[in-house]
Design a protein around this ligand. Structure first.
Ligand code: SF4
Ligand code: SF4
Ligand code: FES
Length: 236
């Protein structure tokens, strides 16, 4: 059985703007959206540009928009998508500039993460004993710390966040997750700066709480809960 697929194509050397191109793909058992892209690339048009690496929902590089929703291409099953709509639309992630076809420029995203100083800041030596997180964090905070550590920085939540359409400077869910990780680490000594940054004008208090980020996150990191914990901490 063949299925119709429409893919956004844009070559800055030839095209004034992007456009959708029709393809027909042979459906295979257990086929992912990434496998669709591979089949088109290998059998129909080797100029199709897209990113991938791990094929196992670990590296975060294959994120694209499928039928209007940001998702990991390697984790998204074609049969699930065909239940939503008869054709499959594959487009680049929103909120990013397009470099070519499905490849976006993620530099602003990496720069925003770097600004959060996503590492432990500590000048004093750690006491010579095992740190017990359970003594400083409650069960939910600890669970959120583990979920935040699972973030693969795929930017799916960033692309799905409607607030970024209105406020492009809003720090967004993925950046908030990074801040949460350090802010709730009792070893970190940069708490005041992290709080000041995350609660500035475009920070966590600008969140509209419609939870799209929670629905689309492929790793169940629950960014909205991290945002709420940061807000509560700032209000203490
Ligand atoms: S929070 Fe989820 S959707 Fe957002 S970057 Fe991390 S893994 Fe991706
Ligand atoms: S809950 Fe906040 S961070 Fe999540 S999608 Fe909505 S505005 Fe964006
Ligand atoms: S290829 Fe690595 S997350 Fe999809």
């Amino acid at each position: 059985m063949n299925i119709p697929v429409k893919i956004f194509r844009y070559n800055p050397e030839k095209d004034k703007s992007g456009h959708l191109v029709d393809y027909s793909v042979q459906l295979e058992t257990g086929m992912s959206i990434l496998a669709v892209l591979h089949q088109i690339h290998d059998e129909q048009d080797a100029t199709l540009a897209y990113r991938f690496s791990c094929r196992g929902a670990i590296c975060g590089t294959c994120a694209v928009t499928v039928n209007g929703i940001p998702r990991l291409a390697c984790k998204t099953q074609v049969t699930d998508i065909l239940q939503e709509r008869e054709a499959i639309y594959i487009e680049p992630l929103t909120h990013f500039g397009v470099i070519k076809d499905l490849v976006v420029d993620k530099r602003p995203f990496w720069q925003a993460i770097e600004k959060t100083m996503p590492w432990l800041v500590r000048e004093k030596e750690l006491p010579d004993e095992r740190l017990n997180y359970a003594e400083t964090l409650n069960k939910m905070q600890l669970d959120q710390l583990n979920r935040s550590a699972d973030c693969i920085k795929c930017a799916v939540c960033f692309a799905g966040c409607p607030k970024i359409d209105e406020e492009p400077e809003f720090i967004g869910p993925a950046i908030s997750i990074q801040i949460y990780r350090q802010l709730f680490d009792p070893r970190d000594e940069n708490t005041e700066k992290r709080l000041a940054y995350s609660t500035s004008e475009k920070g966590v208090f600008a969140c509209d709480k419609h939870a799209v980020c929670v629905k689309v996150c492929p790793k169940d990191c629950r960014p909205l809960r991290a945002i709420t914990f940061i807000q509560n901490r700032a209000n203490k």
